[in-house]
Design a protein around this ligand. Structure first.
Ligand code: SF4
Length: 1529
């Protein structure tokens, strides 16, 4: 049988079972308390609590962030709250204790330090109003924990349950708590034998592992605060006679009878906030707890009372022990000889410490007792007499009979070996004629070997900000309260406090001021040997407060003083550090933002001193944080702004690195207090940066954490005081700005932000919108006849939505009043009033609801009062039965549709037609199932025989959009002017691709924005056209500017060798396009159904060949450019629109190559120079393999056609393909041949089915020979036989290389092409600095890295110095990492199903240990990852690849050819990290051990039989390693 071995576990279990919310106070979020590990285990298993309907919320809170504040909010909201905590938190939390004591909160407190606890943590708060129970053994911890919760529920009072767990370590294990007893004592009723299985919807979600639980209502009316005494026991009334005394009047009477503290349970509950006192007395508490103990005794045989006496019934002497080890005393007394002074002494301990029931203490002791020694284990005694001594004295004073002699002792640490000696000492004094009070027994400092206080550690994540400070201020940075530095024996808790840091800074400033005065005096008196020191010191003294100038002069001063030799010179030299003007900082955590730390901040700001504070807020943005008003009571930024004399900035390193830099520099310069509040959200200290990034983005975007800078003196320099660096702000900030009349200024400067600024965060917009949408529909429907039919859809990619809308139209045509809405736009409260509801949903991820149906489903699933008996309904689901091929995953097939149908049925809905299931695997995909289902619906609604139905318009296709676009104009220009939305229309979204830009939305923010009633965070991706990936240094700087000023501060170097910008909002789109144009680049035709960027090997070693081939790349690119003038009209007109040519239909364009509908699909060309296949020449519609002539110059090209990557998961009609050889063409004709190939594709490509429209399908459908002859017909010439060539690899060669002309080239590693600044790696800044001095080229490689090309020997030193300075010269990575590549995917790519660029580096890190162990560090293994099967990083040519299937799940492919010549093949589908690692780790080891000489990883996988080789695209889906199961589960 399971058993419990620690007190922490015993208390944690009861706490969890008895609560709605458990606040787990921990040393840090990464370090467990004795309770937290157990709480986490329960929470992970989602064990439901006895009182909550679901698993309670476990809230880990760090010790130093005012942890008890977290209990207040939920407690006031009527939640059953418990806290697990070490005892040292109590005293610092006194202000909250007074408030918590008036709520039924239970705190389980472990006394600290564990080996020798200090009970003053408990006695110091004895008057806080809490009831206090003590446990002395492991079994008691379980029983008292339960008693504490039962008592809190019944009395409405807070209960502290304390114990010394170290003392119980030797106790025998105890059995688990009896669940029936827990239920009984918590008054949730004992479940009948059939128990929870009677839950109304039991079994519906069995697949999810959810077990519904039932709880009965509390019998305590928390709304009124009135408490009713409760009957307990097995149905038999055990109501105590005093139970009725729980009234105001009896409280009065009992207060007179009880000891001094007895009435304070209620009367002392006075605090800063008005508190509702509960009418309950000490006796009332006693009666309730006695009833609870009675029930425990009845059930377990263990009995308890307020005090425990052990010893002879006729004892004359007794010990009253309030310390950690009464058992040791009892055992020593038991072993005593009759001659020992302490033989036959009794021992009294307290179990109910507060309220103090003196009369009970007196009654518990035998009447024969004449002398009592009170032993109090209290280290910090603030009064002469110990609190227990006073309690006991009062007790006997008020009790009847003679009062015994009561002598107090301070109980120190006693080793077991010295217990007799200690007892002798106690009794010698006690039995003497004039006993002395307050003697110390034992060692007051505790055991000699004590566990050291764990040092406060700064969480690793927080170092991000410290690194930036370090970068900015270097040697002159001084952090006053730096953790881990020595502070003259002061504890780290104290030295990390704002008060301490502030004091030390003031002292430091004062010392420097004294130094300056000394220097000034020295200048006047001139006691130096030489003149030089005086002159330099004068210069320095004038600039002493200017950090830049003073620090520049300091070394000069030092050198003059050093040679002077006079005593004063030496004295000044000994304090030379004072010559530097420091940047002084105080670093604080979010604990400073809460009540208890706030005073320190107040001191700093109020002092007006020139001190900089960096306060790191780590509370993650979440629904809870947003609503927990108590925790967010103090906003330090606002607080400081209200003072009016402080510089204030609100920053977030994971949102804007540049803004952090600006804020820190401005704070440093500001002459007065500066407060930089910095956001760095994390739940646990070991959270990944990705989590922090996602949380930050949400918080900034939604306005929860606005980015701004406030300089109260801004006006003096002609600058605005307030600069908003993000788009939305919190309501409080808005109010402040309004009040100070700055809002108007901000609005004037940013008219475009006005609507955002006034749209307050956290409002009820969403509900309002739903209501409006519904009402508008109703209005529309009024006056129509026929039965109503409400159609609700949940759709991610538009299929379900399209189907719903079509169903709506067809219903209307049949005379029904139809209304079509997204599920999440529908007000759920109306559902029960509907007559006919049809729901259509597709399936997302692992059987999840699509985004716009999730809230609806959650509401339907969790509702307990939705009554749908009057509703007729049906559901149609769209899914793919083979998407999750493994047997155990079959449940995901159409899961949302099936769940929804079952749930509505369970809620009483009447099924019109059985749930319909559409399957992508059917001949007509989901239409097959739908075609059966829809007629049944019309039949049951009686509208199946309607005659003369109108014809339905055919759906709009991409071809229609192109044809109607007037050469790619569409309504783009109008859409850009529409300021009411950040989006453009759906058809314009297709057209802007041709202009090199995609509309996207930030997927990290989708849910959050939806919840706030905002449209998605739309922004645009812009892709440049850069033939061969060659840019000049000035172009690099211009690109860098664009990304910083108009994008999201990062650049992506893509797999097609070009620059890509993300996060460009609509309003900045034209400026960005114009800036790109000014850089002599363009974006036209970088995307869309046209020829895109032409790629070319980067080839650093052979500049001449590179130049020859690059020239052809440029020629092809220019030759195949579309001719439309729409691009220039829309994007490149000047500021005043003077050159605008947009004139409706007046401009008639002509596309000689493309025609009005352009190509059927995208078209890609790539060129490789053997032996380097770094551009993956087999993966493109046209691949050109450069062939050299005998003189080493370019001769011509072998031409490949029909390569391509994109596929659709599970659609076997789609496949990747490597290019087929057409033959050789001379270099001068290459552009013409490319044109002709493109034209054959233009005329023969499939324009009906976009999934079958790429050239690869045209070639396969037509046959290579026929295709070749068509090209030759158009061209009028023939391909020659292909020339010999040879490829070695498709990766980059890192480091310095020298070409045949003596120029140098450095290939640097840019992981996945992302150029950005981070605190630890300011790569973007570094590259910009290099671009300022570099005279050669920047070459972007097709593997997303970067080459600094054409560096002359003379320029080498400076370039090398800069590379080293910014750590850009580091290429010392594993071969696996150097050969890896990932596409963008989340958060910007709309097609992404899983993470890619943000995840692949993490996955590689997890594999690198095995790589190192196996000796594979230097071995190149090509590993690629993409977020979807569109395949932007060309995954199907990698030796090992992962392609996103759902969030966190990937298809794994093995067996690709090392130099990109062979496709890989599916090895496993939909596997997650754990499985990936469990496959990859042993495989890598095996490869290291068993490979043949020079054998590549992909070839090895094939040789050992793990995977079959893919011989051509058409066989890609054959012989896969994983056998699909067709069985439905
Ligand atoms: S492969 Fe898919 S997820 Fe990755 S960037 Fe391309 S389209 Fe997006």
């Amino acid at each position: 049988m399971a058993s419990i071995i620690t007190a922490g576990e015993a208390a944690a279990r009861i706490s969890y079972l008895s609560s709605d919310v458990v606040v787990s106070v921990q040393p840090s979020l990464a370090a467990d308390s004795e309770f937290s590990k157990h709480l986490r285990t329960f929470a992970q298993k989602k064990v439901p609590s006895v009182v909550a309907k679901t698993a309670p919320e476990v809230l880990p809170v760090r010790e130093n962030v005012d942890p008890l504040l977290s209990a207040l909010g939920p407690a006031r909201n009527g939640k059953a709250v418990s806290v697990t905590s070490p005892s040292h938190v109590l005293v610092q939390s006194v202000p909250h204790l007074y408030q918590l004591a008036q709520c039924p909160v239970v705190m389980h407190v472990s006394l600290q330090p564990s080996r020798y606890p200090d009970y003053s943590d408990i006695t110091s708060i004895r008057q806080s109003g809490f009831v206090m129970l003590q446990s002395e053994s492991l079994q008691e911890v379980q029983d008292m924990a339960l008693a504490a919760h039962a008592l809190a529920r019944r009395s409405g009072k807070g209960v502290i349950h304390f114990f010394s767990s170290a003392n119980m370590e030797a106790d025998d294990p105890i059995p688990l708590e009896q669940l029936d007893l827990v239920r009984q004592l918590l008054d949730v009723g004992v479940a009948p034998a059939s128990g929870d299985s009677t839950a109304p919807d039991g079994g519906l979600y069995a697949e999810d592992g959810r077990t519904p639980s039932t709880t009965l209502p509390h019998n305590q009316n928390s709304a009124t605060g009135v408490t009713h005494p409760t009957e307990i026991g097995n149905g038999a009334a055990q109501k105590g006679p005093e139970a009725g005394s729980v009234t105001a009047s009896s409280a009065e009477s009992s207060r007179r009878e009880s000891s001094d503290d007895s009435g304070r349970v209620s009367s002392l509950a006075t605090s800063v906030e008005s508190i509702e006192t509960r009418p309950i007395t000490s006796d009332g508490i006693y009666n309730l707890v006695s009833q609870i103990w009675d029930a425990i005794r009845t059930s377990t045989g263990r009995s308890y009372d307020a005090f425990t006496y052990s010893g002879p019934a006729d004892a004359e002497n007794a010990l009253f022990i309030f310390g950690s080890d009464p058992v040791m005393f009892a055992q020593a007394i038991d072993r005593a000889n009759s001659s020992d002074l302490y033989a036959k002494a009794g021992i009294l301990t307290t179990r109910l410490y507060r309220p103090w029931l003196g009369s009970k203490a007196a009654a518990t002791l035998p009447r024969t007792v004449k002398r009592i020694s009170v032993l109090e284990q209290i280290r910090r005694k603030t009064t002469k007499w110990g609190p227990l001594l006073l309690d006991l004295l009062m007790s006997f004073k008020t009790a009847a009979g003679t009062t015994p002699v009561i002598i107090g002792y301070k109980l120190g640490y006693i080793e077991p070996a010295t217990i007799q000696q200690a007892l002798r000492g106690i009794f010698q004094n006690l039995l003497s004629e004039a006993p002395i009070q307050n003697l110390e027994i034992g060692r007051p400092d505790g055991p000699t070997t004590r566990a050291p206080e764990p040092p406060l550690m700064r969480p690793e994540l927080e170092n991000a900000y410290l690194k930036i400070l370090d970068q900015l201020f270097g040697d002159r940075l001084y952090i006053a309260n730096q953790l881990q530095s020595s502070h003259a024996g002061i504890s780290s808790r104290l030295s990390a406090s704002p008060e301490y840091g502030f004091g030390s800074l003031i002292a430091r400033s004062q010392r420097r001021q004294d130094f300056i005065s000394k220097v000034q005096a020295a200048i006047k008196s001139h006691p130096f040997t030489t003149d030089a020191p005086r002159n330099w010191l004068s210069k320095w003294a004038l600039q002493a407060d200017d950090s830049k100038k003073a620090n520049c002069l300091a070394p000069e001063v030092v050198s003059r003083l050093s040679v002077d030799g006079s005593p004063l010179a030496n004295e000044l030299l000994s304090a030379r550090s004072m010559l530097l003007k420091e940047s002084q900082w105080l670093i604080g955590s979010n604990s400073w933002a809460y009540d208890l730390g706030n005073s320190g901040v107040h001191h700093v700001i109020a002092s007006g001193a020139n001190v900089n504070m960096l306060i790191i807020e780590s509370q993650p943005y979440s629904e809870r944080a947003a609503t927990d008003a108590v925790r967010r009571k103090k906003d330090i930024g606002l607080y400081a702004m209200n003072f009016g004399n402080a510089y204030v900035a609100s920053v977030a390193v994971y949102s804007s690195y540049t803004q952090v830099l600006s804020a820190m520099i401005e704070a440093d310069k500001f002459n007065g207090p500066s407060v930089v509040v910095a956001y760095l959200p994390y739940s646990r200290e070991d959270d990944s940066p990705l989590t922090a990034l996602q949380e930050t983005k949400k918080a900034v975007d939604i306005g929860y954490w606005p980015l701004y800078r406030w300089d109260p003196n801004g006006g003096e320099h002609g600058e605005p005081n307030f600069k908003l660096d993000s788009e939305r702000i919190r309501r409080e900030l808005e109010e402040f700005l309004k009040r100070d009349n700055y809002m108007t200024q901000v609005m004037k400067r940013h008219p475009d932000l006005a609507s955002n600024l006034s749209g307050s965060y956290g409002s009820e917009v969403r509900a309002l919108q739903k209501r409006k949408a519904k009402d508008a529909y109703n209005e529309l429907l009024e006056g129509l006849y026929g039965a109503p039919m409400t159609i609700l859809f949940a759709s991610d990619n538009g299929n379900a939505e399209g189907l719903a809308k079509r169903l709506g139209n067809r219903g209307k045509a049949r005379g029904l009043k139809t209304m079509v809405m997204a599920m999440d736009d529908y007000p759920i409260e109306d559902l029960s009033t509907e007559e006919n509801v049809i729901m259509i949903t597709s399936t997302a991820g692992q059987g999840e609801f699509p985004q716009n149906g999730r809230a609806f489903w959650e509401a339907v699933k969790n509702s307990t009062d939705l009554e749908l008996s009057g509703v007729n309904f049906s559901v149609f689901g769209l899914g793919d039965s083979h998407y999750w091929p493994r047997k155990e995953d079959k449940i995901y097939y159409n899961k949302p549709g099936k769940d929804l149908y079952a749930r509505i049925l369970a809620l009483g809905g009447k099924s019109l037609v059985e749930c319909g299931l559409g399957d992508d695997q059917d001949p007509d995909a989901f239409q097959t199932g739908y075609a059966e289902w829809e007629p049944k619906l019309w039949k049951v609604l009686g509208v199946d025989k309607v005659a003369d139905l109108p014809e339905e318009p055919p759906p709009l296709t991409n071809e229609d959009i192109k044809a109607a676009s007037n050469y790619l104009r569409g309504t783009i220009a109008e859409g850009l002017r529409d300021e009411t939305t950040g989006a453009i229309s759906a058809s314009d979204q297709q057209l802007t691709k041709f202009h090199g830009t995609y509309m996207q939305d930030d997927r990290d923010l989708r849910d959050e924005r939806k919840a706030q009633g905002l449209e998605p965070a739309y922004a645009f991706m812009i892709r440049c056209r850069l033939p061969g990936g060659v840019a000049t240094p000035s172009q690099w700087i211009q690109m860098d500017d664009i990304s910083t000023n108009l994008g999201n501060e990062t650049m992506k170097l893509t797999t097609r060798q070009t620059f890509q910008f993300h996060g460009v909002v609509k309003g900045k789109l034209r400026p960005a396009m114009q800036a790109i144009n000014r850089a002599l680049m363009t974006t036209i035709a970088a995307c869309g159904d046209v020829n895109r960027n032409v790629m070319c090997s980067s080839l650093p070693q052979h500049s001449k060949s590179h130049a020859d081939v690059w020239a052809v790349a440029k020629k092809i690119s220019d030759h195949l450019l579309p001719s439309t003038t729409a691009y220039h009209e829309i994007w490149l007109t000047d500021e005043n629109d003077k050159k605008t040519q947009v004139a409706g239909d007046a401009v008639v364009d002509h596309e000689p190559l493309y025609g009005p509908t352009y190509l059927p699909r995208k078209f890609k060309i790539s060129m490789a120079i053997p032996p380097y296949n770094d551009t993956d020449v087999y993966a493109h519609d046209i691949g050109l393999i450069a062939i050299k002539a005998s003189d080493g110059r370019l001769d011509g090209f072998n031409i490949l056609v029909g390569g391509g990557m994109g596929v659709t998961h599970n659609n076997k009609k789609t496949y990747p393909r490597t290019g087929s050889m057409m033959g050789f063409v001379p270099a001068g004709k290459a552009h013409i041949v490319c044109e002709k190939i493109m034209l054959v594709q233009r005329d023969h490509g499939d324009r009906k089915n976009r999934k079958h429209a790429r050239l690869k399908y045209t070639v396969d459908d037509m046959g290579l020979d026929v295709f070749r002859s068509k090209v030759e017909d158009l061209w009028g010439e023939k391909f020659e036989s292909p020339r010999l060539f040879h490829f070695d690899s498709n990766i980059d060669t890192f480091g310095w290389q020298r070409d045949e002309e003596g120029l140098n080239h450095f290939t640097m590693f840019i992981e996945n092409g992302r150029v950005e600044d981070t605190a630890s790696f300011p790569m973007k800044t570094g590259l910009r600095e290099i671009a300022k001095v570099h005279k050669g080229e920047f070459r972007l490689t097709a593997n997303q890295h970067l080459i600094l090309s054409n560096v002359s020997d003379g320029d080498l030193p400076i370039i090398k110095e800069l590379l080293a300075k910014y750590k850009l010269d580091n290429t010392n990575f594993s071969g696996l990492r150097l050969s890896s590549s990932a596409c963008v995917a989340f958060p910007t790519c709309g097609l992404a199903m899983a993470e890619s660029e943000r995840y692949l580096p993490e996955l590689i890190t997890k594999l690198e240990e095995v790589v190192e162990e196996s000796g594979l560090r230097q071995d190149s293994i090509v590993m690629r990852m993409t977020g979807c099967p569109n395949g932007c990083a060309r995954p199907w040519l990698a030796e090992v690849a992962f392609v996103g299937k759902a969030y966190g799940a990937y298809n794994m492919y093995l067996g690709g050819g090392y130099h990109g010549q062979r496709l890989n093949k599916l090895y496993r589908s939909s596997i997650k990290e754990e499985e990936i690692l469990s496959i990859m780790k042993p495989l890598l080891k095996q490869y290291a051990l068993e490979r043949n000489e020079g054998e590549r990883f992909g070839d090895f996988c094939i040789r050992i039989g793990m995977i079959k080789p893919t011989t051509e695209g058409k066989t890609f889906h054959e012989d896969t390693a994983e056998v699909e199961s067709d069985e439905e589960v």
